[in-house]
Write a protein that binds this ligand. Structure first.
Ligand SMILES: NC(=O)c1ccc[n+]([C@@H]2O[C@H](COP(=O)([O-])OP(=O)(O)OC[C@H]3O[C@@H](n4cnc5c(N)ncnc54)[C@H](OP(=O)(O)O)[C@@H]3O)[C@@H](O)[C@H]2O)c1
Length: 247
């Protein structure tokens, strides 16, 4: 029996990739779709919802998931704080896998970056640079913010105090506790993230390049499959695909 999927954001780039991937994989079947203009019909055969959309649509999708007790995989970024809180609250009733990035390589990079930050110590300054296609509306990317949170935690910094997005207004040298995040936008870039560890006389760079947006759709489908065995709660994508060791 195939896993019945509802796709929220079906008209979007990733939504379309999801539909294509499911068409080529007999383990899954699309049972319904939602966009800004139409919403799912109730479907009793659905097993999971996958959402790559917009905070407004995610809000409606979350209500639907709760009403029908369906596991939810969501990759929508740029969420207002209240919606983030609602997702956490909802995870008391349903299994939710929320990730800023559904690529396996990037999730490994999150772990490697935290490990490097701990190992190198604060003699090495940390900067993050991300680049995405010209249509992306949120900035910095959810992935860059996830990297920054993980790096700040590894260094014992408070993320919102350490983050620096704009140095143009302050004519002062960089301080040790800063964590700079830079943003580039243009063309059709699927997603690139680099973490720089900048020391005296040497630097380490960790880079992940997504060259095909289908990886996000494939990662989300894998998450939907693995969420079937999970109890209600917030489930880390990295735990589903990389295991719980070596964090
Ligand atoms: N976690 C990851 O791995 C990952 C990877 C890539 C992208 N993303 C994120 O996933 C989301 C979607 O990305 P995308 O590139 O597929 O975007 P997209 O091509 O712009 O598609 C957005 C989807 O959301 C719907 N939508 C847009 N504005 C809406 C509104 N105001 N109210 C209700 N629905 C609305 C659109 O419906 P209409 O067509 O009807 O407007 C469309 O179905 C973004 O937040 C992006 O950052 C996450």
């Amino acid at each position: 029996m195939s896993l019945g999927i509802l796709v929220s954001g079906a008209s979007g780039t990733i939504g379309q990739s999801l539909i294509e991937e499911v068409g080529a994989d007999s383990r899954f079947a699309i049972l319904g779709t939602a966009t800004s203009e139409r919403f799912f019909e109730p479907d009793l055969n659905a097993d999971a919802i996958i959402d790559f959309s917009h905070p407004r649509l995610l809000e409606r999708t979350l209500d639907y998931a709760l009403r029908h007790r369906l596991p939810l995989v969501t990759g929508t970024t740029g969420l207002p704080g209240l919606l983030d809180e609602r997702l956490q609250e909802a995870a008391r009733s349903i299994a939710i896998c929320q990730a800023a990035n559904f690529s396996i390589g990037l999730n490994l990079m999150l772990r490697l970056a935290a490990e490097s930050a701990r190992a190198l110590g604060d003699d090495f300054d940390i900067e993050v640079l991300e680049m995405h296609h010209r249509r992306k509306i949120d900035s910095p990317s959810g992935t860059a913010l996830a990297l920054a949170r993980s790096l700040a935690c590894a260094r014992g910094l408070v993320t919102h105090e350490a983050l620096v997005h704009d140095r143009s207004r302050h004519r002062i040298p960089r301080s040790r506790g800063e964590l700079g995040v830079g943003v580039l936008r243009g063309g059709d870039v699927a997603g690139e993230h680099t973490v720089y560890f900048l020391g005296e006389g040497e630097r380490l760079e960790l880079t992940h390049r997504a060259t095909d947006r289908r990886i996000f759709a494939r990662g989300a489908l894998l998450a939907a499959l693995r969420l079937q065995d999970q109890s209600p709660g917030l489930v880390e994508f990295s735990d589903l695909v990389l295991g719980q060791t070596a964090k």
